[in-house]
Write a protein that binds this ligand. Structure first.
Ligand SMILES: Cc1cc2nc3c(=O)[nH]c(=O)nc-3n(C[C@H](O)[C@H](O)[C@H](O)COP(=O)(O)OP(=O)(O)OC[C@H]3O[C@@H](n4cnc5c(N)ncnc54)[C@H](O)[C@@H]3O)c2cc1C
Length: 386
């Protein structure tokens, strides 16, 4: 249900057909057990969707963020949760754009074949939160290794990934001219790291989202795992973050359509006071409003994708797409749960699960307030507040 046709119908049809093999009951059971949708992610991988962004020469399909966004949207639109596997899509760009030829040759074919997963990105820290340039995790070069010490929080899919992209400070904040300098990114072999200096503590949370605290105590990483130039990591990670925001916008759009489809059907069928509840304008208008907002958010998503794929600056569009889409899916979720009445709270209707899942995107990967602050200061030129 969308007023706009796009040229990605083939991708949509193929992903929908795959998702149809994993109906509501599958995701409901996975959620109940707090499990990982292993079979679903395997199927996406085997069908090549998880390697969409990997160039053909390395065994992928060489598609852009635009197509990746359609894949993620369709997963959520079908009732699933891309949060289980979206990391590989946005982390990929960091490696593709800033990794060396040798790194690409080493990692990409095995990721494309599904032998390895690159699902994790370690940025957030408990004591610095959104103030990323203040992170305290350090990586100090010692001969042919970097020695990492510090702590991360909310680092997702560690138990279902082989590698993580890690952001750490390589030059102390006090020694750099700009606070965004002196940060570097590394590929971390997670299974190796767990044996030699990285401790993982899972965080049980409101959604079935596998996420963890990480503690680093003299974790040694080979110097060749540095991505790009030392000290330029913040710039590189921004590419990954813009891709992440745009993809999560697409997931919210998928959620938004899912809520609108479900509630529209329900309010047509549910008879109270002798008529369908959907005959009341008090019921119709919030659903219509959410639909308008989802469609509008989708337009900004296309814009962000187009700029990203053309290697143009897209920070504003990626942030605005994420803002609009997360807000629209949340409005749709509220309308959906409200007009299901008590049944919205019954797990077997799946509304409460999707409601919890989509709520996350007001906070992560960047909070709504921080997007407003970015637009106010960086686009409108208002005085900086921090
Ligand atoms: C389930 C889950 C999975 C995650 N996965 C990952 C991951 O894989 N990798 C990773 O690196 N991180 C991950 N995160 C972390 C996520 O990106 C952060 O939670 C998010 O960026 C917000 O940071 P914070 O929690 O430190 O909030 P804080 O920075 O402490 O902010 C808290 C709230 O205060 C408000 N606020 C803060 N500063 C300002 C300001 N200047 N102006 C106005 N309002 C402000 C905002 O509303 C914000 O929501 C995940 C988080 C969750 C919950």
């Amino acid at each position: 249900m969308s007023t706009t046709q796009d040229k990605y119908q083939d991708i949509r049809d193929a992903v929908r057909a795959l998702c149809a093999e994993y109906p509501d009951e599958y995701f409901r059971k996975v959620d109940e057990k707090r499990a990982y949708p292993e079979e679903f992610v395997d199927a996406l991988t085997k069908a090549g969707w998880m390697a969409a962004l990997i160039p053909q020469e390395y065994g992928g399909s060489g598609l852009g963020l635009t197509e990746a966004s359609v894949i993620m949207e369709e997963v959520n639109r079908a009732g699933g949760n891309s949060g289980a596997c979206h990391g590989q899509m946005y982390n990929m760009n960091t490696l593709l754009r800033h990794g060396s030829k040798a790194q690409k040759e080493f990692y990409l074919p095995k990721i494309a074949s599904g032998e390895w997963r690159l699902q994790s990105m370690g940025v957030t820290e408990p004591t610095t939160g959104t103030d990323t340039t203040k992170i305290k995790t350090t990586a100090v070069k010692k001969g042919d290794r970097y020695v990492v010490n510090g702590q991360k929080v909310w680092i997702s899919r560690i138990q279902h990934s082989d590698f993580m992209i890690l952001l750490a400070r390589t030059t102390p904040l006090a020694d750099v001219k700009k606070k965004s300098e002196g940060l570097s990114i590394f590929m971390v072999d997670l299974r190796q790291a767990e044996k030699s200096g990285m401790t993982v503590r899972p965080i049980l949370n409101m959604v079935n989202h596998e996420t963890n605290e990480l503690f680093f105590e003299n974790l040694e990483i080979p110097a060749e795992n540095l991505i790009g130039e030392e000290g330029q990591g913040f710039k590189y990670i921004l590419d990954g973050l813009n891709a992440e925001r745009t993809l999560i916008a697409a997931e919210c759009i998928g959620d938004g359509y899912w809520f609108i489809d479900r509630v529209s059907k329900y309010v047509k069928d549910r008879i109270v006071f002798g008529r369908p509840i959907g005959q009341n304008q008090g019921v119709q208008f919030p659903i219509a409003e959410a639909y308008i907002e989802v469609e509008a958010a989708s337009l900004m998503r296309w814009k962000a994708c187009e700029l990203f794929d053309a290697h143009q600056p897209c920070g504003a569009q990626a942030n605005m797409a994420k803002y609009l889409a997360a807000k629209a899916s949340w409005e749709a979720a509220n309308a959906c749960i409200q007009f299901h009445g008590g049944f919205g709270f019954a797990c077997e209707y799946d509304v409460e699960r999707k409601f919890r899942e989509t709520r996350l995107y007001q906070v992560a990967p960047i909070s709504t307030n921080l997007i407003l602050s970015y637009v106010a200061e960086h686009i409108l030129g208002l005085p900086r507040s921090f």
